[in-house]
Design a protein around this ligand. Structure first.
Ligand SMILES: CC(C)(COP(=O)(O)OP(=O)(O)OC[C@H]1O[C@@H](n2cnc3c(N)ncnc32)[C@H](O)[C@@H]1OP(=O)(O)O)[C@@H](O)C(=O)NCCC(=O)NCCS
Length: 179
């Protein structure tokens, strides 16, 4: 399907497929150090892109936004598998996450395309998609760094609720959207 950012640029928004490996690797390797510090669900390399695109039974639904010239500018993960350390943190908030119903969500946008409404346009499509497949909530994978003001504003706009936080080398805020 087609989506538009705030300036009217049009992108194709669709599920990732096997033929996207090279373009996805270029996307990963084009992300700035700053963006990679905020988005790290897995290795962001060409090799990782090839492995992801070859998964036969991927426990995640992966989406991309692509320019008319074929450049991937956004990569979004909806993870259906249970992740133990997330499950344990949420248990401490009094929330029992259910595998395949409470989906882990991790979005990323290429640096030059950030803060232009692209993830917002994507999210307007992803929420009905997640509801249609029976999801109960979207859980921010790993939370978001306390200093990531853009991401915090983005999640708050869509109704994600902060539940608590935890320390790694930075402080991270756990957020969840009940659908
Ligand atoms: C977080 C991310 C996915 C959001 O995607 P995006 O396309 O840039 O987001 P959008 O442009 O749709 O929305 C950003 C919102 O934040 C607001 N915003 C931007 N900078 C802000 C700031 N410093 N303080 C508060 N709000 C801010 C914008 O105004 C916009 O809100 P609006 O639509 O109400 O005006 C993307 O910026 C990204 O990939 N960042 C780096 C990696 C990352 O942080 N991933 C998420 C990890 S939790």
């Amino acid at each position: 399907m087609e989506i538009k950012d705030k300036t009217g640029n049009i992108f194709d928004f669709r599920r990732l497929n096997k033929a996207d490996a090279l373009a996805l690797g270029i996307y990963f390797e084009s992300l700035s150090h700053e963006t990679k510090c905020k988005f790290g669900p897995h290795a962001l390399t060409q090799d990782s892109a090839h492995k992801i695109c070859q998964f036969e039974k991927d426990p995640a639904h992966r989406f991309i936004a692509v320019t008319k010239s074929g450049i991937i500018v956004a990569y979004i993960i909806l993870e259906f598998g249970m992740i133990d350390h997330e499950k344990h943190r949420y248990r401490n908030y009094g929330i029992k996450l259910e595998e395949g119903k409470d989906l882990f969500f991790a979005p990323s946008v290429l640096d030059d395309y950030q803060n232009a409404g692209l993830a917002s346009a994507i999210f307007n499509e992803l929420i009905p998609y997640a509801k249609n497949i029976g999801a109960l909530s979207l859980v921010l994978l790993g939370g978001t760094q306390e200093t990531n003001q853009l991401a915090l504003a983005f999640y708050a706009k869509f109704g994600f609720q902060p539940l608590g936080g935890y320390q790694t080398d930075v402080y991270n805020i756990d957020m969840r959207l009940v659908l």
